[in-house]
Design a protein around this ligand. Structure first.
Ligand code: ADP
Length: 390
């Protein structure tokens, strides 16, 4: 089977005609975010969000056109809407009415048991979705996500990790998983799994050293694909390792994914720099409850003598959390074993569960689950997010 390339995909998509404009979707500039990986193809079709449902046949036709090409094993096309997109659909935003790209994505089936806004229907079988976010990169967000998720597995929960940090997917490495997800029907991917934890990451689909330039719709497309087109099965909780920062891409994700809540990871110095506050504000904007803040690299414990050094004025997170009305969930030391084990694919929670650091993760995980379970018991229904333009 010959490898499929970009040109042949665009050529195939030229046969797909937008019904109203009677022009093909390539000529109309509606196709974006094309990703090809070993015969697996993903792309986004930018549409006017008001026409989302009506565009479903177009999406299907586009998928079929590409699927019929030689060398294609799976295709995922998603509908996205972008502010100021090709069809000039930006008016809604200026009036404070959020564009709702996800409205275009609703599967027709009776998926949504969790009430509330339309987007709640996105992932059937998944009881709760929790974002792990940080104001900036390198604070240990992925390490925290992995260890918390594994601690939840140890609590007896069914847990998945969605690595939405598409700019630097690190879950495959941290969980020691390599290889590619299988897809028995060529459409739905099976998640990868290690230590009893299910995982899906762009890192499985794209080589780690492949430079990727992500545009807004592509980010949405990738995330939607990893949520919707993965057979997560029954999960109590899906932890989402968010991209670092609080820009548009993160806001869009917080808006698009039916989040039960968010955990913010921060180092003491970021708390001082108010990065954590930005994260809090971002989730508040979209009405996602912030479950609390985790202070990472809180203090340094000397591996030789056990002395505790408070390199960055320790304790700031607790004070800041209190000031902001956020729960302080706990703290993790800057610790060589945490670093070595997570970078080596054997996170400390599984490789040394008796260690104090592992117990700290477990305590945080238990508290996060307690709060999430309370939300689920309360109906889990969160109102569709409201975006306030400032
Ligand atoms: P982010 O997801 O915020 O970019 P990572 O989780 O990838 O950050 O962590 C960045 C680096 O810091 C990794 O090498 C990781 O092993 C290390 N790290 C994270 N948390 C700790 C910690 N508490 N102690 C020591 N190293 C840590």
């Amino acid at each position: 089977m010959s490898a499929v390339d970009e040109a042949s995909i665009f050529a195939a998509l030229k046969a797909v005609v937008e019904p109203k404009k009677q022009q093909d979707i390539v000529a109309l500039g509606m196709v974006s975010g094309l990703v090809i990986k070993d015969g697996n193809v993903g792309f986004a079709i930018e549409v006017d969000p008001r026409e989302g449902a009506a565009m479903e046949p177009l999406r299907k036709a586009a998928e079929k056109a590409v699927y019929d090409l030689d060398g294609v094993t799976s295709v995922t096309a998603v509908l996205t809407a972008e502010k100021g997109g090709p069809q000039g659909q930006s008016q809604g935003q200026s009036q404070g009415q959020p564009e709702r790209p996800q409205a275009a994505q609703q599967p027709a089936g009776p998926a949504g048991q969790r009430g509330g806004g339309q987007q709640q229907a996105l992932v059937p079988g998944v009881r709760s979705i929790v974002a792990v976010a940080s104001g900036k990169g390198g604070v240990g967000k992925s390490t925290t996500t992995t260890n918390l998720a594994l601690a939840m597995v140890q609590l007896g929960l069914k847990v998945g990790v969605l690595d939405a940090d598409i700019y630097g997917p690190s879950q495959p490495r941290m969980l020691g998983i390599s290889g590619r997800p299988s897809s028995p029907d060529g459409k739905i991917l099976n998640p990868m799994e290690n230590y009893g934890l299910k995982c899906m990451s762009m890192g499985f689909l794209v080589a780690e050293d492949t430079p990727m330039i992500w545009r807004g719709p592509m980010v949405q497309s990738a995330l939607q694909q990893m949520l919707r087109d993965v057979d997560w099965g029954e999960l109590d909780i899906l932890m989402v390792d968010m991209p670092p920062g609080t820009g548009d891409a993160q806001l869009t994700m917080a808006q698009q994914v039916p989040l039960t809540g968010a955990v913010i990871v921060s180092t003491p110095q970021d708390i001082a720099l108010l990065d954590a506050r930005k994260g809090l504000n971002m989730f508040r904007k979209v009405d996602v409850p912030v479950l609390g803040i985790v202070e990472n690299m809180s203090m340094f414990i000397c591996p030789n003598c056990g002395h505790e050094s408070h390199i960055f004025s320790h304790g700031g997170a607790r004070r800041e959390a209190e000031k902001l009305g956020m729960e302080f969930l706990g703290e993790l030391p800057l610790d060589i074993e945490i670093r070595e084990t997570s970078d080596g694919g054997r996170p400390i929670v599984v490789s040394n569960p008796g260690a104090a650091q592992a117990k700290a993760y477990s305590a945080i995980a238990a508290r996060v689950w307690e709060k999430v379970a309370a939300q689920i018991d309360a109906g889990g229904a969160r109102q569709a997010p409201k975006i306030v333009m400032q």
